[in-house]
Design a protein around this ligand. Structure first.
Ligand SMILES: Cc1cc2nc3c(=O)[nH]c(=O)nc-3n(C[C@H](O)[C@H](O)[C@H](O)COP(=O)(O)OP(=O)(O)OC[C@H]3O[C@@H](n4cnc5c(N)ncnc54)[C@H](O)[C@@H]3O)c2cc1C
Length: 430
């Protein structure tokens, strides 16, 4: 008979670690099961050629308040752990927007009105659009795709190509003709409309396992919990007195279970439970979008003009100079988000094309010492309009769902994952 709270969490990604940390902070001991050797899930550190990389280059926004709060709770220091850049979007030699040191949303309006690479008319249209969205409190009555919203507000081709499309793909990992306008507006509302710091871009100096999951594991253990890696959940059984979890460690009954895996792994675990057919159907209906990261190790003298910058109408969408971000001189990361022609290329060909782009754009003629393409084919769900996502509460009362794909206002992001985990923890604690 289970009498006290002893929740278990399946999955040590950002959602699961957030749930476990939040429960531990309420004095509730948790048991965490992660099937991989390492914590972090899709945002995990990867060691390659003695170089610490991530499963894919990530960044946070200043408005990711829950993620930043929990990183600090487990001992992180935001100003030391990240390179903080005030809002700036540079597409090399084509477009440059930089927010001045003014309160929000004035900083954005001035940034839009002084953008290089747009005509005066385009700048005015962009500024009017932002004011209009603010007047609408960033809400539209019926969700539509981002391309349709941009057309409705006369955001012409050049403006769309240089500003809104890169922003939409970076935020939602979904092309504008498939992306939910309402979810993009939720991100713009939180990033651009509250305080200036919310629009800051935070580039991690640590890998993503060290940044939060590893520290969270120590915090959980200090608070009486246990963290098992290389120990996946094999089955979930709803019982009268709790939820039984079958793992490589045997079968144990817990007061609650939070399933915080990727959508595909969650569907596999939940499918045998007849009462969860609706949640499983919603998970099965999700489509996915890829993210490719091409890491290139050049000689240490190679550097980009900025720690992060974009390219206009190239395969490489965003480039990160890890020398300027994380003292890894000569290490560059090129990120290619969402679906596109890059998916038709082999990894060697893709890396070669990225190297050609770097040579043509920046005159980098040195040879890369090594390169590595990390292709995450199901990096995030495709964030389409009116998408129904499974809620954290399920038809089985003490079985909860966390993860970036569960119901929420955000697209598939670290913040979305963390918010879902915190919500599950609150449902259990209160
Ligand atoms: C390349 C890439 C770049 C990205 N860039 C950004 C970015 O810049 N900013 C941003 O905010 N977001 C970004 N994202 C999205 C972000 O990484 C995800 O939204 C977030 O990591 C999802 O976390 P999660 O905990 O929901 O799921 P996951 O990270 O998928 O974690 C699920 C965990 O469950 C484990 N698991 C699975 N099955 C079992 C089982 N049976 N038993 C036990 N454990 C199990 C898995 O091993 C995994 O560790 C990016 C994603 C990718 C792939």
């Amino acid at each position: 008979m289970v009498q006290k709270l002893n929740p278990a969490i399946i999955g040590g990604g950002y959602a699961g670690m957030a749930a476990a940390t939040e429960l531990a902070s309420h004095g509730i001991p948790v048991t965490m099961y992660e099937s991989a050797k390492q914590l972090g899930g899709r945002a995990r550190g990867v060691l390659l050629n003695d170089t610490q990389l991530d499963n894919g280059q990530h960044l946070l926004l200043g408005c990711y308040r829950e993620t930043l709060r929990l990183i600090e709770l487990v001992g992180g220091n935001i100003e030391q752990d990240f390179l903080r850049l005030p809002l700036q979007l540079n597409l090399h030699q084509q477009f440059s927007l930089k927010a001045p040191h003014l309160p929000a949303p004035l900083h954005l309006l001035i940034a839009l009105l002084t953008t290089q690479g747009l005509t005066w008319g385009e700048r005015m249209k962009a500024a009017r659009f932002m004011l209009k969205l603010r007047g609408m409190k960033f809400r539209i009555e019926h969700d539509i795709n981002v391309a349709a919203l941009l057309a409705q507000y006369q955001q012409d081709a050049n403006l769309s190509l240089k500003l809104w499309e890169p922003l939409c793909i970076a935020a939602l990992n979904t092309p504008i003709h498939k992306a939910s306008a309402q979810v993009l507006l939720n991100v713009l509302r939180d990033a651009l409309n509250r305080t200036r710091a919310d629009s800051d871009m935070l580039l991690p100096r640590l890998d993503f396992t060290a940044l939060f999951p590893q520290r969270a594991a120590a915090y959980i253990e200090q608070h009486g919990g246990k963290v098992f890696t290389s120990c996946g959940a094999e089955a979930i059984v709803a019982k009268n007195d709790g939820i039984e979890l079958v793992t490589a460690n045997g079968a144990h009954t817990f007061s609650h279970v939070i399933c915080a895996t990727s959508p595909a792994a969650a569907a596999k675990l939940l499918r045998p439970i007849a009462a969860l057919a609706n949640s499983v159907a919603l998970i099965d209906s999700l489509q996915h979008q890829p993210i490719y990261t091409v890491y290139l190790q050049y000689p240490p003298s190679v550097r980009l003009p900025y720690p992060m910058l974009g390219l206009h109408q190239r395969l490489s969408q965003w480039l990160f100079d890890k020398g300027q971000i994380a003292t890894q001189p000569g290490l560059l990361a090129a990120v290619i988000s969402a679906e596109g022609i890059h998916q038709e290329l082999g990894q060697e060909e893709l890396a070669r094309k990225v190297m050609v782009e770097l040579r043509e754009e920046f005159g980098i003629t040195e040879a890369a010492q090594w390169h590595k393409v990390i292709a995450e084919k199901r990096a995030t769900f495709c964030c389409s309009p009116n998408l129904q996502r499974p809620s954290q509460q399920t038809a089985v009362p003490r079985l909860l769902l966390a993860g970036d794909y569960t119901a929420g206002e955000y697209p598939a992001t670290l913040e979305g994952a963390v918010i879902s985990g915190v919500k599950c923890a609150e449902l259990i604690a209160h």
